[in-house]
Design a binder for this molecule. Structure first.
Ligand code: SAM
Length: 280
């Protein structure tokens, strides 16, 4: 407790902001942003539009991946002195493919309070309208920018049984979807959510081939911001087989093949004979 301010303990508030429609912010988030001593914002210029719309005049400080570590120590000091600091990103929930985790970690390591103000998140908004299994899902964020690394990542995800959620930019959406058709098959059910909550909000589907065709046929469908939601691999044995082959490939470099296959089968649950396939 700070002398003179017993009712105002310092804290960090992690505040979700809209992903498009400026009305998608909670009344509590607006109140916290108004009453904060400082708002740490990824891009103060783009956040100003939101703050002005909601009559929030609080001072802002820019916090991005290049200054976050240095700034965290100063913000921890301010919180310790009883100040209330709000963290926002350009859109949606801070820390989700956005800066903030170093600051949150520093505040928590200092034993100071951190409060979430939940709200918009493009990944969850897309999942909520994709019409794909949502009981278990994996958030993959952005795929690697370079083609070879992206294809390797997709190959590693091909057997994943849970629904996949990926972010993508307009620059790479066509290449990424084409690579997914190659890695997962065009008939894999999927939804491409574009420009959610904005004027040109669009949902494409029902599978990767249809999404690739829609992107190829209409340049307007390649503009804006995207979330891809892709059904998991329905083949229960696929994940075990992929893991078994990965283990076998590594073990066979050091051990006789039969022994490598026996160990890989035991660890992965894949049938031993299937691990030899493609091995000459
Ligand atoms: N923190 C944000 C969140 O909670 O969703 C995500 C930030 S990340 C840097 C930006 C990416 O989120 C975009 O490239 C896009 O993939 C996705 N995104 C953000 N807003 C979106 C929208 N309105 N419609 C579709 N995707 C969106």
């Amino acid at each position: 407790m700070i002398a003179g301010r017993p009712d105002r303990p310092g804290a960090l508030f992690v505040v979700a902001t809209p992903i498009g429609n400026l009305e998608d912010i909670s009344a509590r988030a607006v109140a916290v942003l108004r009453e904060a001593d400082l708002i740490a914002a990824e891009d103060t210029r783009s956040s100003r539009v939101l703050l002005e719309r909601h009559g929030i005049g609080t001072a802002m400080q820019s916090l991005h991946e290049h200054n976050e570590s240095a700034l965290a120590a100063r913000l921890v000091d301010r919180i310790r002195q009883g100040q209330r600091i709000a963290l926002i990103s350009d859109a949606g929930t801070p820390l989700v493919s956005d800066p903030g985790f170093r600051l949150v970690a520093a505040v928590r390591a200092a034993g100071l309070p951190v409060h979430p103000l939940p709200g918009a998140c493009a990944a969850i908004a897309a999942l909520s309208v994709a019409g794909l299994a949502s009981d278990r899902f994996v958030f993959e964020g952005f795929l690697p920018a370079r083609a070879a690394a992206r294809r390797a990542r997709l190959a590693a995800l091909a057997a994943e049984p849970r629904t996949l959620i990926l972010y993508e930019s307009a620059h790479r959406i066509v290449d990424s979807v084409d690579d997914m058709v190659a890695a997962f098959g065009g008939d894999r059910p999927a939804t491409l959510a574009r420009e959610l909550t904005k004027r040109f909000e669009t949902l494409l589907g029902p599978d990767l081939a249809a999404i690739a065709a829609a992107l190829a046929g209409d340049p307007d469908q390649r503009r804006g911001e995207f979330v891809l939601v892709v059904a998991g691999n329905p083949d229960d044995g696929a994940a075990a087989l992929a893991e078994g082959r990965r283990l076998y490939a590594a073990l066979a470099r050091e051990l006789p093949r039969s022994r490598a296959a026996r160990i890989a089968a035991e660890l992965s649950g894949a049938p031993r004979r299937t691990l030899y396939e493609g091995d000459d």
